[in-house]
Design a protein around this ligand. Structure first.
Ligand SMILES: [Zn+2]
Length: 337
């Protein structure tokens, strides 16, 4: 069987084609006549990928799980055909129709977080108990930081309560003073953080601005590289797959944990039914990250598709370069996760 690079979306899988001898013929999976390689090349990586999962009545569809978390294939139809073939050739314990979930040893860090979320609210607030059997699940936040390069631009907005007197000074767009620092999912009451977004439009959504509101949007430039924990990323799995099962399991363990905390961080904050106690678990993890020397955390916006939030613990590594006052002149359609 032959397969073409067009059947893949993930760059690491596409790049693998450069290393293999190619022949022009019809791809066995998408039917396109193009450069193809022997499917054998991908069979053992796909088997390793499938080894992350086990049959589970309460689980989900294997194609949807792999595509949601890793976006490896060009589309769902191709993913189905490729995985079907890999499952058949490798004698897996589940078929394409079975419901599956991640193996317990892959989702262990995620499970430890779920347990801790409850514990920190209901049992021990300041010295949460972490079961040694849950491994050192918190190691993922202590040293492995992503870097945001010097020169990157971010934004912070404020709604002008007095439309005739908008905020125009750079310092008015900076970090709030201690006495005005409300509790959020990243910071407890009285400990301010600087909330930024990667796109100017995201501020409109994050501030819950509505049609007709007048906003002041500050532009911030990163003065020196920032070390942050990024909760939303798609891991490139192929290198880990070649390194062996334990490395693959470790990468996916970390990914599942961070993805869930990213979802917890991006839940809307100022909703009428949210009690401040619900912020405690993410405040705990963010303080842990701060103690270990990171400059901040980044996670997807729950209200603006494609937008990201960057929350900095201190504001000394960014500089406001200007403030623009704008009016929201269209109805705001919110995207919800
Ligand atoms: Zn193809």
């Amino acid at each position: 069987m032959r397969i073409c690079a067009g059947c893949f979306k993930a760059e690491d899988w596409k790049n693998r084609f450069k290393l293999e001898p190619k022949r022009i013929c019809s791809c066995s999976f998408c039917g396109k006549k193009t450069k193809t390689v022997d499917f054998e090349v991908f069979l053992s990586p796909l088997q390793r990928l499938l080894s992350l999962f086990t049959k589970n009545e309460r689980g989900g569809n294997i194609v949807q799980l792999i595509e949601r978390d890793f976006a490896i294939f060009s589309n769902d139809g191709t993913a189905k055909r490729i995985l079907q073939c890999a499952i058949q050739l490798s004698g897996n314990s589940f078929s394409l129709k079975d419901k599956v979930s991640y193996l317990g040893e892959v989702s262990s860090a995620l499970m430890a977080w779920m347990k801790m979320k409850k514990g920190v609210v209901e049992e021990f607030r300041y010295f949460p108990l972490i079961n040694p059997e849950d491994e050192s699940w918190d190691k993922y936040f202590a040293s492995k930081f992503a870097v945001i390069k010097k020169g990157t631009v971010f934004f912070r907005g404020r709604i002008n309560d007095n439309a005739n007197k908008p905020y125009t000074k750079k310092k008015e767009l900076g970090m709030p003073p201690r006495e005005k620092a409300r509790a959020g999912r990243v910071n407890p009451y009285g400990i301010p953080c600087l909330y930024l977004t990667d796109m100017a439009d995201t501020t409109i959504y994050e501030l819950r601005a509505t049609h007709g509101d007048k906003l002041s949007v500050g532009k911030f430039i990163v003065k020196e590289n920032l070390n942050i924990v990024d909760f939303n990323y798609k891991p490139l799995l192929l290198d880990d797959i070649y390194e062996g099962q334990e490395k693959l399991f470790e990468t996916v363990r970390e990914f599942l944990l961070k993805k869930q905390i990213g979802l917890d961080l991006s839940k809307p904050v100022h909703r009428y039914d949210v009690k401040e106690i619900e912020y405690v678990p993410t405040q705990y993890i963010c303080e842990y990250i701060k103690v270990h020397g990171a400059d901040g955390v980044m996670f997807n916006s729950a209200v603006h598709h494609g937008g990201k939030n960057l929350v900095l613990f201190k504001s000394d590594k960014v500089r406001c370069t200007g403030v623009e006052v704008k009016t929201v002149d269209e109805p705001v359609m919110r995207f919800c996760q």
